[in-house]
Structures are given as structure tokens and as C-alpha cells.
Design a protein around this ligand. Structure first.
Ligand SMILES: Cc1cc2nc3c(=O)[nH]c(=O)nc-3n(C[C@H](O)[C@H](O)[C@H](O)COP(=O)(O)O)c2cc1C
Length: 171
């Protein structure tokens, strides 16, 4: 699929078929996470694949936005490994690195006919604790992912793009 068509057609899928991703599709999506640009190529992004009944039960307790998915990707980064900007104290690349990785996964999935939704609606520190993440890892987003249900459809929010003049400025 051409990228421009993919970008035009993609929407957040919130209703899935009742099955996890095939191992082949999952491995293609995970490969996309590995080939992402990161600050200085330090690659601090980490992805957890949640599919066990225990993990899914926990995630459903921690977020209302799992949408019945049988596979959920949890995107984190290791704050001891991300690029630190030497010109500005406190600016570091972890959230950007893992967000690009998640975008790659999102778009690669769509090309395979697989839908997903970026989810920030969870308490980060609670999730980090409940999943037992290493001390230096920060959770950034959850991504319920799977084959869209036959009646999956975009929310009205999807189609309301701001006019170009509100977003793009020439300087
Ligand atoms: C940073 C971020 C956080 C989001 N958090 C949630 C969320 O917690 N729950 C949810 O249902 N959708 C969430 N979304 C999906 C957005 O609502 C969705 O991308 C937006 O409404 C545009 O719709 P579309 O993706 O269908 O084009 C999030 C998206 C982003 C980029």
C-alpha cells in the first residue's frame, strides 16, 4: 500500500476480532520497532507483548482503553540509555524515540490489515509498578492491536483535522 493512501485511511481501531496476532504478523511489526531512528542511535525503546490472560487482566484493570484486544503492546524506554541534550539540562530523547517506534509499529500494522489504538489513558507510575518494570524504565503508551472487527469504524473525532493554517506556520 502506498504510504500516502495508508496515512489517509488509517484510523484508531477500538474493536477487534477475538484472536491474537499471528506470529508472522507480530514479528513483522516488531521488526518495524527495531528500525526506528533514535537519538544518537542509542535505541532506548522497549516493547512488551502482553497476551497471557494474567497480563491482559492486569492491563484491563489499569486502563479502560484495552477494547477487548487479545494482544497489547506496551511501549517504554530506558531512561538510563536515552540521549541527553548537552546544551539543555533535562532535555532527553526517550519519549520521542519510543513514540517514533510506536508510529512505525502502527503504520506497519495497518499495511498488514491490522488495527490499533495509541492509549495514554493509564496511570504511568502505577502501571510501571504493577508490571514490575525495571527502575530506569518509563512507560509511555499502550497499544491494543489486532485484526479489526467487521463493524470497527473510526470515531467522529477521527475526521476533524484542523485547517492547515492553524497547524503550519511559515517563518
Ligand atoms: C498521545 C495520544 C494519546 C492517546 N490516548 C488515547 C486513549 O487513551 N484512548 C483512546 O481511545 N484513544 C487515544 N488516542 C487516540 C486518539 O484519540 C486518536 O488518534 C485521535 O482522536 C484521532 O483519531 P484517529 O487516530 O482515528 O485518526 C491517543 C492518541 C495519541 C496520539
Amino acid at each position: 500500500m502506498e504510504l500516502s493512501r495508508l496515512l489517509a485511511e488509517r484510523y484508531s481501531v477500538r474493536k477487534f476480532q477475538d484472536r491474537p496476532l499471528s506470529r508472522e504478523d507480530l514479528s513483522i511489526i516488531l521488526k518495524a520497532v527495531l528500525t526506528t531512528p533514535t537519538g544518537c542511535n542509542y535505541q532506548p525503546q522497549r516493547v512488551y507483548v502482553a497476551e497471557s490472560p494474567d497480563a491482559l487482566e492486569k492491563l484491563n484493570r489499569l486502563s479502560k482503553c484495552i477494547f477487548g484486544a487479545k494482544t497489547v503492546l506496551i511501549f517504554t524506554y530506558d531512561s538510563s540509555e536515552d540521549w541527553k541534550n548537552p546544551l539543555e539540562e533535562g532535555i532527553h530523547s526517550g519519549v520521542q524515540d519510543v513514540s517514533i517506534a510506536a508510529c512505525h509499529a502502527m503504520l506497519q500494522a495497518w499495511e498488514l490489515g491490522i488495527g490499533n489504538c495509541w492509549v495514554n489513558y493509564f496511570a504511568n507510575s502505577v502501571l510501571e509498578r504493577e508490571l514490575g518494570l525495571p527502575e530506569t524504565e518509563r512507560a509511555v503508551l499502550l497499544m491494543p492491536i489486532g485484526y479489526p472487527a467487521p463493524d470497527a469504524a473510526p470515531l467522529p473525532l477521527h475526521s476533524s483535522s484542523k485547517p492547515v493554517g492553524d497547524v503550519v506556520r511559515y517563518i
